[in-house]
Design a protein. Structure first.
Length: 248
């Protein structure tokens, strides 16, 4: 087993995939950083590949993802049920399916509740910590800042929490924070973070099973070309970082 980390760098991902192909590995699991390039190249070479977590536009190969739309929808509904009306979202790279689905799920819940989806409350990050920090500062420095922020990845949530702490804002008394992706110490963070958790172990197991099947299919002409998409449920884990807005 060989582990490669692109650190969200498209050129590094392309180099990693070319290296793996040259080493004649049997197959690849990929959490894509590149919108186009490496994964398309491997598919054209009829090479076993399964995507996890995110899907670039136009990719129709095998993949294992979570129900990002439903997860974000339930997150927004939770904040609305607490009485929040000024809801903001920090999204990831909208070239990928997971970022698009999380934005659309959040937007649908807000609109269904009759609330206004404000342009200034939509901030564009890139799944990295620093983008969560800068987007958080923009939201907190608005003349009429939101009372709740939904951050669409764990790294961006950490950056957001840094911005909140720097501004001296108390969470959840003055600002509710809800993240997407749970991580080992989220329950021990201060405050304990409310998150949308992905079934990471199930994703890994399902992706490996699918990759093994793809590897078998590529050895038999009759099995070539199978396209599958597995979507797993998320879980909203309510902890201490979300509460009623100050005016309530």
């Amino acid at each position: 087993m060989i582990l490669c980390d692109s650190n969200e760098d498209e050129a590094q991902e392309f180099a990693n995939l070319n290296t793996l192909y040259s080493w004649r590995v049997d197959g690849v699991l990929l959490a894509a950083a590149a919108v186009r390039g490496g994964q398309d190249s491997l598919l054209r070479r009829r090479f076993p590949i399964v995507l996890v977590d995110r899907i670039p536009p136009g990719f129709d190969g095998p993949a294992v993802i979570t129900d990002n739309f439903k997860g974000a929808y339930e997150a927004a509904r939770h904040l609305i049920s607490l009485g929040h009306e000024r809801l903001a979202i920090i999204v990831g790279r909208l070239e990928f399916s997971n970022a698009i689905d999380r934005l659309e799920g959040f937007r649908k819940a807000v609109q269904e509740s009759g609330l206004l989806f404000r342009d200034e409350y939509l901030q564009h990050g890139n799944f990295q910590l620093e983008s969560g920090y800068t987007c958080g500062l923009r939201l907190l420095d608005l003349p009429n800042p939101p009372t709740a922020i939904f951050s669409c990845s764990n790294k961006m949530t950490l950056g957001l929490m840094r911005a909140v702490n720097e501004r001296g804002i108390r969470c959840p008394e003055q600002m509710s924070i809800l993240g997407f992706d749970d991580f080992d110490w989220a329950a021990n963070f201060s405050p304990r973070l409310t998150t949308v958790a992905q079934p990471t172990e199930k994703i890994g197991k399902q992706a490996i099973r699918m990759l093994l099947q793809e590897m078998q299919d590529f050895r038999t002409p009759a099995g070539n070309g199978k396209q599958r998409r597995v979507v797993l449920d998320t879980e909203l884990r309510i902890r201490n970082s979300t509460a009623a807005p100050p005016h309530a």
